[in-house]
Design a protein around this ligand. Structure first.
Ligand code: ZN
Ligand code: ZN
Length: 326
């Protein structure tokens, strides 16, 4: 698997962003990204221009839309028909997501704990979702300085609870990119795991559908499990049992986060209920660690904790490896 840094939540002048499509692509390149998802509010007007600018710049684009309603914002990738947002009432969300999913859309909940009225009308997630299995991903980190915000910590807890209930939702981050980045701030990026050697829109989409993501404000954190000759990676489903966990930290893209004076302190393996299964001090941005553990729970993710912008914080987190009894 090759890991590529991407930004999955971007706006242009076609909705309320400051950037033209060409400027967005240029900014993505400056920020060291290999791909973006274009998610303007309720419009696909920017798709063509963004895709043609991106192709010249060697950046992949996943075309999408942020369905923007009074009851919450929903990210839908790979689906051009975005007219349905107007009929989206809180109790009609399940029918809408079932329909979008049947038509090949990739569906994510955007910033679910963003304040609603009067701060941002409709930003808060008020949909009564009964069928979370219709969703593919959940935006756990949104905006600048993501882990300094209570709303993102709430998203992390809510997503953890969905995992506990058996929903395999892929975690993503989104700058929710509207304007120039601030060099004083931290921003997360989503690494997508792609089997091919190049990043493509199809590869990005497939990574989200397969649960192969790792979110970070700094180094890339990955994990693998092995026993005898069987190995599994992020997003895979493995039988319960005793495994050697391999944790790996890679300081790539350091020029984009060096200003944060980021200090990794501890790696953790976290499982059902947010329980810490294993923790180990870690003092550098390079780590190769292995530990043998007996897993009798249904998921396990790796987390990197430390100091970011002088605060104790989650720095990076992988999507889970899932475990099952059979
Ligand atoms: Zn939004
Ligand atoms: Zn947005």
């Amino acid at each position: 698997v090759n890991w590529f840094p991407v930004e999955l939540h971007c706006h242009t002048k076609h909705s309320d962003g400051d950037f033209s499509p060409a400027e967005l692509i240029e900014q993505a390149k400056i920020f060291g990204l290999k791909g973006i998802a274009l998610t303007d509010h309720n419009t696909v007007a920017g798709w063509e221009e963004t895709c043609s600018c991106a192709e010249k710049a060697g950046i992949c684009v996943l075309p999408g839309v942020e369905w923007t309603t009074y009851f919450g914002h929903m990210l839908v990738l790979q689906q051009k028909d975005c007219g349905g947002w107007m009929d989206l009432q809180p109790d009609r969300i399940d029918a809408a997501t079932a329909d979008l999913r049947a038509r090949g859309g990739t569906i994510g909940a955007a910033h679910p704990f963003e304040p609603g009225n009067p701060v941002g009308t409709g930003c808060h997630w008020d949909f009564s979702v009964r069928h979370w299995e219709n969703f593919h991903y959940y935006e756990v980190m949104n905006g600048e300085n993501p882990m300094e915000k209570v709303r993102n910590r709430k998203s992390l807890l809510a997503w953890t609870s969905l995992l506990d209930h058996g929903y395999r939702l892929t975690p993503t981050s989104g700058i929710d990119w509207h304007s120039q980045l601030n060099k004083e701030f931290s921003y997360a990026c989503t690494y997508v795991g792609v089997p091919e050697k190049d990043c493509t829109a199809q590869g990005m989409n497939h990574a989200i559908l397969s649960g192969r993501t790792s979110l970070t404000m700094g180094p890339l954190l990955t994990m693998e499990v092995c026993r005898e000759s069987q190995c599994g990676g992020i997003g895979d489903v493995c039988p319960n049992g005793r495994y050697t966990f391999l944790l790996h930290l890679d300081p790539r893209r350091a020029e984009h986060w060096r200003h944060l004076d980021l200090q990794p302190r501890e790696v953790r393996l976290v499982t059902n209920g947010g329980r810490v299964l294993f923790q180990s001090p870690c003092g550098e941005c390079k780590l190769e660690s292995s530990v043998m553990l007996d897993v009798q729970t249904s998921w396990c993710r790796a987390e990197l904790w430390g100091v970011v912008r002088d605060r104790e914080s989650l720095i990076a987190m992988t999507a889970p490896i899932y475990f099952s009894q059979t």
